[in-house]
Ligand binder design. Structure first.
Ligand SMILES: CSC[C@@H](O)[C@@H](O)C(=O)COP(=O)(O)O
Length: 375
């Protein structure tokens, strides 16, 4: 069965609550942009593409509900203003990933055009928004499948000799849970596995939020992909001892020069890859490339609460029965008085990246040693 983290039908949106994985598979209904904002802020949904899709679809559900309950304004101008205001609000949920800001910009243009049409009405503007948001959901899965194909071909062509199977290392969660489906870096790994080219994937635990141990490991077990979980601090020893062909990660924002913001720990992995002559790939849809941001220095890095580092959350008495809220426990692992610095992302300089995999292919640096990214 395909893992579906976002379940959408016109007027209805449900998300798999990722804070409860891998122990509980609980879907939450999102009925409004406020619900969407909270789901993102609380990390019930996370991952750059999934954040954009859930936020924009939550607003689509709100608009549809307004229509059915007779609360949708009649004039095109009022609905346009409402959509702008809600999109501006949704974009404040998390600052680093660019996909939501990019989607909001595109959707504003669409509702502006719909509102400017002769005979436009509030309902027509609403419909233009909903259709465009629904298309983004469909496009993301298709783009991820293409990212997977291009990335897998590049790895087989550039990191192996005589068709041997590859082992790769990945970080954080970039799979079906982080996107509309299939995944970016994890999409490449899915594609390697589907082609019979994957020996094994190693995934990092990804402290402090454990996207690797809780979410990536869950997806890999779900799909029966040969996989081994390691702690973050095991990565260097792994690359030193095992035959790792490539390290492949996702991205929250790729600046115009190729500098890439991604989950904290990505930069360390890129240095590790360079030291050992292992290829380092970033996989992301073109919506993650932000040409308006010149370099990594201009990317805002989200700093998350200190509790995520001082505490650990899990279930006790896993047993065989169903897990409910009573099984969850938060354990303190550090003294109360300690100060914490918990940046959620870091920036990998373009210099350390060998290729950026998008739905259109793999971009490598030119002869001048720099990435030439365009839209
Ligand atoms: C396809 S997801 C790409 C990135 O968003 C992913 O690598 C990542 O860093 C996610 O961070 P998160 O804090 O879990 O939202």
């Amino acid at each position: 069965m395909v893992l579906q983290a976002i379940v959408y039908a016109r007027g209805e949106l449900r998300i798999l609550d990722q804070t409860k994985l891998p122990h509980q598979e609980q879907y939450d209904s999102l009925r409004s942009s406020i619900d969407g904002w909270h789901a993102i802020k609380e990390m019930r949904v996370r991952g750059a593409p999934a954040i954009a899709i859930v936020a924009t679809l939550a607003l689509a559900v709100e608009l549809e509900t307004m229509q059915t309950s007779g609360k949708l304004p009649e004039t095109a101008e009022e609905v346009k203003e409402f959509v702008h205001q809600k999109l501006n609000y949704l974009v404040t949920s998390r600052p680093t990933a660019v996909n939501l800001a990019d989607a909001a910009r595109k959707l504003k243009k669409i509702v502006d055009a719909a509102a400017a049409e002769k005979d436009s009405t509030g309902e027509k503007v609403k419909n233009s928004y909903i259709l465009a948001a629904e298309n983004m959901l469909v496009d993301d899965v298709r783009d991820n499948e293409n990212i997977g194909r291009h990335g897998a071909e590049w790895i087989v062509g550039n990191c192996t000799s005589s068709g041997e199977k590859v082992s790769v290392l990945t970080h954080c969660n970039t799979g079906s849970l982080a996107t509309a489906g299939y995944g970016t870096a994890l999409g490449v790994i899915r594609s390697l596995h589907a082609n019979g080219s994957l020996e094994r994937v190693f995934c990092t635990e990804t402290r402090p939020y454990n996207q690797g141990s809780r979410l990536t490991a869950y997806e890999l077990v779900h799909d029966n992909i040969p996989a081994t979980l390691i702690t973050d601090s095991t990565a260097a020893a792994l690359v030193q001892k095992e035959n790792i062909s490539a390290i492949i990660v996702g991205a929250d924002r790729v600046a115009a020069n190729g500098d890439t913001a991604n989950k904290i720990g990505t930069y360390a992995l890129s240095i590790l890859a360079r030291h050992h002559g292992v290829k380092f790939l970033v996989a992301a849809p073109r919506t993650t490339i932000d040409l308006a941001t010149a370099s990594g220095e201009d990317i805002t890095i989200e700093v998350r609460p200190s509790e995520e580092v001082r505490q650990f959350r899990g279930v006790k008495d896993r047993g065989k029965g169903d897990i409910d809220s009573q099984h969850w426990e938060t354990i303190s692992t550090a003294p109360e008085g300690i100060e914490v610095w918990n940046p959620s992302f870091d920036v990998t300089p373009a210099e350390l990246i060998d290729g950026i995999v998008t739905e259109e292919g793999v971009v490598e640096k030119g002869h001048d040693g720099v990435f030439h990214l365009s839209m």
